[in-house]
Design a protein around this ligand. Structure first.
Ligand code: AMP
Ligand code: GLY
Length: 467
């Protein structure tokens, strides 16, 4: 007899659809979903026993929704960072008794990039670039601020990245040579962050290849999932501004084609150090969930950390969940019960490619778009007859309206996940999916492309030769 399980999902974007899809495939549990959603996401609506729209995902509204359904909910998962940082776990657990899979507010280290740098300086300085934190309260005049910036830029030969302290999903980061090429432009970028109300970090520009490292955690054990590569820039050839992520790929094993076993071991070692520093001697179940989704840059001096997030990556988790071999509900219970182990997280040896289709006014593609936002996924779903489960369709920032049609909202609309024996096979499926979407959307065509991967391999080889 399969056991009934009620699951709260705090949803934002395609990532939540992927979580719900994975859990709904459990063979050992009969899953029922209670979904707190930003909008009427068509996938989530289809899967929900109860569905509520909370546009800003504010914590007290989530708590009220859980409270009204708590007798039928066994545990909750929060996908986006906003409610985690605002303390959704603390509030829901305190007021309803429903255990949440995400870190507590105290351990949402994603909340501040400055604190991350200070933490790393203590527990693994080798993974930190040189950095300086500029606090808004510290500088009385623009001249004093400019002086302080200038002297730090002199130290680093201007080769820097400028980032907001507050999380901005990669979007507020400016990199020398990519986003600005003189100090005046850099200062303008800096000022725009200050004016938005955030402190600023200026750090050494890291040269290398990026990987995304994610790990599940029960507070006692850290169980890493295979590495993925996110494509942050809006356009092909890594042109355009940073976005939340236009797509991502995963190889058949635990690391990426431009990495080797040692790089992966370095990542695990570094993240374990961070975990140990926060966990203390024993168990700290406040770190439950995915407290360390770490963006690494593999440089000629080894792996360095770009940033740490306290939740699954979007789109990176969509590369992993569709190839999970272990029971996903059991994985969740093991995080709550504190008996997580590598055996709870077996993945198929398959490659996956995620491609996002986004609206015309996303990522700097168009200044504005006044046309129809209707998106019809029926052709894409029909394509599943050809590919079966090797094609997954995860609607994100789109909504079902009263006229029965679905419409793109402002952020990443829908992603297609291709699953195959190689990255190339997976990519072909993902892109075939993209071509079957009917709507005014656009996408990158080079996610996981052979020329892109060959360039990463070559770059890494050249960097290592220089060391
Ligand atoms: P973050 O939000 O900190 O992950 O930054 C978003 C993107 O900006 C990263 O994926 C990198 O491509 C780039 N970036 C961030 N920090 C640096 C850095 N120190 N050096 C070079 N590129 C960076
Ligand atoms: N893929 C970037 C993020 O989830 O923050």
């Amino acid at each position: 007899m399969v056991e009934r399980v009620g699951i709260l999902v705090v949803a934002y974007g395609s990532r939540a659809s992927a979580v719900i899809d994975a859990l709904s495939r459990s063979e050992n549990y009969d899953t029922h979903f209670y979904i707190a959603d930003r909008q009427r996401n068509p996938f989530n609506l289809r899967h929900a026993e109860e569905h509520v729209v909370i546009p800003d995902l504010d914590v007290s509204s989530i708590r009220d929704f859980v409270d009204a359904n708590k007798d039928r909910i066994d545990f909750g998962i929060c996908c986006p960072e906003g409610p985690i940082i605002a303390g959704v776990r603390d509030v829901v657990e305190r007021d309803t008794g429903v255990p949440m899979i995400c870190p507590t507010k105290r351990y949402a280290i994603e909340a501040s990039k400055a604190s991350q740098r200070l933490l790393l300086a203590e527990c693994c300085p080798e993974a930190n670039p040189r950095f300086k934190i500029f606090q808004r309260s510290e500088y009385g005049s623009e001249a004093a601020l400019k002086d302080a910036i200038r002297s730090f830029l002199d130290e680093l030969d201007s080769e820097v990245a400028v980032k907001p302290d507050k999380p901005a999903a990669g979007k507020g980061v400016g990199v020398w040579g990519d986003h600005f090429s003189n100090r005046e432009q850099l200062f303008e970028h800096f000022k725009s962050i200050f004016e938005s109300g955030s402190d600023v970090i200026i750090e050494e520009k890291l040269e290398g290849e990026e990987s995304s490292f994610q790990a599940f955690c029960d507070g006692r054990n850290l169980v890493p999932v295979p590495d993925t590569r996110d494509y942050k820039r809006a356009f092909d050839y890594d042109m355009g501004q940073n976005t939340g992520g236009m797509g991502s790929y995963k190889d058949t094993g635990d690391w990426l084609p431009f990495m080797d076993r040692r790089d992966r071991e370095d990542e695990v070692r570094i993240v374990q150090k961070i975990f140990n520093a926060l966990r203390g001697d024993g168990n700290n179940d406040e770190l439950r969930g995915m407290p360390f989704y770490v963006a690494f840059m593999h440089t000629r001096e080894g792996a360095k950390i770009l940033e740490i997030n306290s939740r699954p990556g979007d789109p990176e988790i969509q590369n992993v969940l569709p190839v999970l071999r272990s029971d996903p509900v059991e994985l969740c219970f093991s995080m709550i019960e504190g008996n997580l182990s590598p055996s709870k997280l077996e993945c198929e040896a398959k490659a996956t490619v995620v491609t996002y289709a986004v609206p015309m006014d996303y990522g700097g593609y168009r200044e504005s778009y006044g046309g129809d936002r209707k998106v019809d996924l029926s052709g894409l779903y029909r394509l599943k007859e050809k590919y079966g489960d090797d094609l997954r369709v995860y609607p994100g920032s789109m909504e079902l309206r009263a006229d029965g049609n679905t419409y793109a909202l402002g952020s990443r609309t829908v992603c297609t996940v291709g699953i195959g024996a190689s990255i190339e096979d997976a990519r072909a499926i993902s892109l075939d999916g993209i071509r079957h979407i009917d709507g005014a959307l656009w996408n990158r065509w080079d996610i996981g492309a052979p020329h892109y991967i060959a360039r990463s391999i070559q770059r890494m080889k050249e960097l290592r030769m220089r060391s």
